[in-house]
Design a protein around this ligand. Structure first.
Ligand SMILES: Cc1ncc(COP(=O)(O)O)c(C=O)c1O
Length: 410
């Protein structure tokens, strides 16, 4: 029987050096992210896309191209195969009728971070890790705590005090050791690294400092292609913080092309940031290979408040190699897009996803996006996790009161 995973080795994303995938690994000796590589020839010879399409609706349907060696080690809460929704009314209003949303609000823990956590925790457990430690902007810590609990693993999480409050609750309810830090994710990262150095049995799984979170996130790319009938859209927009999702989608598209399941030019990938924290946009505009730390970072789209990402150069490669772009939007514009989506399409999306819709509007207005293009936006999480982004100002009625008549204009 063919192996569950075709994982062959890990490769340094900077130097190309090869490393053993069957021991616990962090970054490469060059300090860069390690990327999982597979025996693609073997996968091509043993499985067809029709067989994949007949499998259960979870991200594990792509298991040959995921790193977990044995199905017995899969830790799952039912993640993957989220809807790819048409947005006919909103798309028409923006002048992009073929606008679609990959909606990650319908996934365990309410954010796409469940994908990285499912694959990362499964592989960590398979390699004998008994505790994970991480800094987070909230959603990743919540997802990893929940999956770690399911795997019977300990978790240590540090997050900024400004991270969405519900993510604290998710960590606490799943038994994580949680610390709040009066700072940004980089400050939380320093505290976690120092703690891991003094403890045994914990692996530090900060963004791109272990090789498998990205493997879970890349499945968004596999699913978009499969859901479009093994076709690529023209453009994909992604709210970019640490950048794992956009790097993962780029990796997925390259793998799918190598597998021979798609062909032709890749979609133009667009990295969307907020004007309050836009290091990658700034580097893109300067023509730089890497970003500079963004000063005084602040945006309501908290998940993308990452002043300096370890994988910034990989995000910039993904954007440039596909003829995409990087663009920043204001908090005002992204909140307006969040409200519009809910009113016009009934979708309550997270502010990070909303940033991408504000970017669609700007890119269409500038002519960068044509009206006949097929565009996919990643909504990376549920608006329900961010109740504070919507001001609720409504009257309270006395029990013996009366609901006012509709005004004439309504
Ligand atoms: C809802 C949401 N969207 C996007 C991101 C950014 O993720 P990435 O590291 O893939 O850029 C985050 C990260 O915290 C997030 O929580």
């Amino acid at each position: 029987m063919p192996a569950y995973s075709a994982l062959s080795h890990l490769e340094c994303s900077r130097t190309g050096s090869r490393h053993d995938p069957d021991v616990i690994q962090g970054t490469s000796p060059a300090g860069a992210p390690l990327l999982a590589r597979y025996d693609v020839e073997r996968v091509r010879a043993t499985v067809t896309k029709e067989e994949i399409a007949a499998r259960p609706a979870s991200l594990w349907r792509y298991h040959e191209m995921l790193p977990v060696r044995s199905e017995r080690n899969v830790v799952s809460l039912g993640e993957g195969m989220t809807p790819l929704l048409d947005l006919p009314r909103y798309g028409a209003a923006l002048g992009v009728p073929a606008l679609r949303m990959k909606d990650e609000s319908l996934i365990p823990s309410g954010s796409f971070k469940a994908r990285g956590a499912a694959v990362g925790v499964s592989r960590a457990a398979e390699l004998g890790v008994t505790g994970i430690a991480m800094p987070t902007n909230g959603n990743a810590g919540a997802a990893w705590s929940l999956y770690a609990a399911r795997a019977g693993m300990r978790s240590l999480v540090a997050m900024p005090t400004d991270a969405p409050e519900i993510t604290r609750t998710e960590c606490v309810v799943s038994g994580a050791e949680l610390y709040l830090v009066d700072g940004l994710i980089g400050d939380a990262g320093r505290l976690v690294a120092a703690a891991v150095a003094e403890r045994t049995g914990y692996q530090e799984i900060s963004t791109l400092k272990e090789p498998y979170r990205i493997e879970g996130k890349k499945t968004m790319g596999y699913e978009i292609v499969e859901q479009l009938g093994w076709r690529m859209p023209d453009v994909i927009l992604y709210p970019t913080g640490g950048g794992v999702g956009i790097i993962g989608i780029h990796k997925a598209l390259l793998e799918l092309r190598e597998l021979g399941w798609i062909d032709g030019d890749l979609p133009r990938l667009v990295a969307v940031q907020a004007t309050g924290c836009a290091p990658i946009v700034e580097a893109y505009e300067r023509g730089a290979r890497e970003s500079e730390p963004f000063p005084d970072a602040r945006t309501v789209a908290f998940g993308i408040t990452v002043p300096k990402a370890l994988g910034d150069f990989l995000v910039l490669d993904a954007v440039r190699e596909t003829g995409g772009t990087a663009i920043a939007v204001t908090d005002e514009d992204l909140l307006a897009a969040q409200a519009a989506l809910a009113r016009v399409e009934g979708a309550f999306i997270c502010p990070e996803g909303a940033a991408c819709f504000a970017a669609v509007e700007q890119l269409r207005a500038s002519g960068w996006l044509r009206g006949d293009e097929e565009v996919v936006v990643l909504n990376t999480g549920a608006g329900l996790k961010y109740p504070e982004t919507v001001p609720v100002d409504v009257p309270t009625l006395p029990v013996d009161g009366r609901i006012p008549d509709l005004p004439e204009s309504a």
